[in-house]
Design a protein around this ligand. Sequence first.
Ligand code: OAD
Length: 238
Amino acid sequence: MEPRIVVLTGAGVSADSGLATFRGGGGLWEQQRVEDVATPEAWARDPALVWRFYQRRRAALRDVEPNAAHHALARLERELAARGGALTLVSQNVDDLHQRAGSTVLAMHGQLARLRCEACGARVDDREHLDPARFVPCPRCAHPRLRPDVVWFGEMPLFLDEIEAAVRAAHVFLAAGTSGNVWPAAGYLALARAWSAETVVQALEPPANLDRADRFVGGHAAEALPRLVDEWLARWPA
Ligand code: OAD
């Protein structure tokens, strides 16, 4: 059998690199209300506040590196491909740590390292303009301010058809470092279960959408994910 594995990651996977999660003690949504900074309405009402919030997070990317969890998933992609199988890595994370570790990622909530023009639709890779007090104009149409190319609440996540097809076809589905609060990502665990995948959940504490049929693996992603990857690669030897 050619193994097909789908992994959905959330903020917990980047926590071991030093990036804040959203919920729980010290989480981003404890310090800042979602409605103030992560909706299209907030951007229309107070773009300077929204821009400051995202510029800080964009700048923080310079100070972090992929951890052992990111590297393990990049290894899993390479090793499964060598066995004729496939890993589909889906991430809610807007940091670029999976990409920097060498993974191919369906970044369903967008990317901090990209900006987007609401006037002409241009998408721009930008890691240089990090001043929280200065907007970045569009290099194509000169619109005065690009927005972060991230999905805000009330907006449609990216790659939904592709993700759903991969989840339905998966032999194994892992949700790692995600609290199961944000849809549609939170629904993929139940979808994978309904389509008979073996379901594994990895996080510090059991998430909201955990079911008795799921195998829960507690602990830090940087320790737990390399072990899970070793286990799967031993199950499907080259
Ligand atoms: P949350 O902050 O909601 O949940 C983080 C999860 O990671 C929790 O289940 C923790 O137990 C777990 N966790 C924390 N540290 C960990 C570690 N070192 N190793 C393993 N697990 C750890 O983050 P998400 O579920 O990713 O969306 O949040 C989902 C979405 O909500 C985000 O993409 C963002 C946010 O609002 C948008 O901005 C659209």
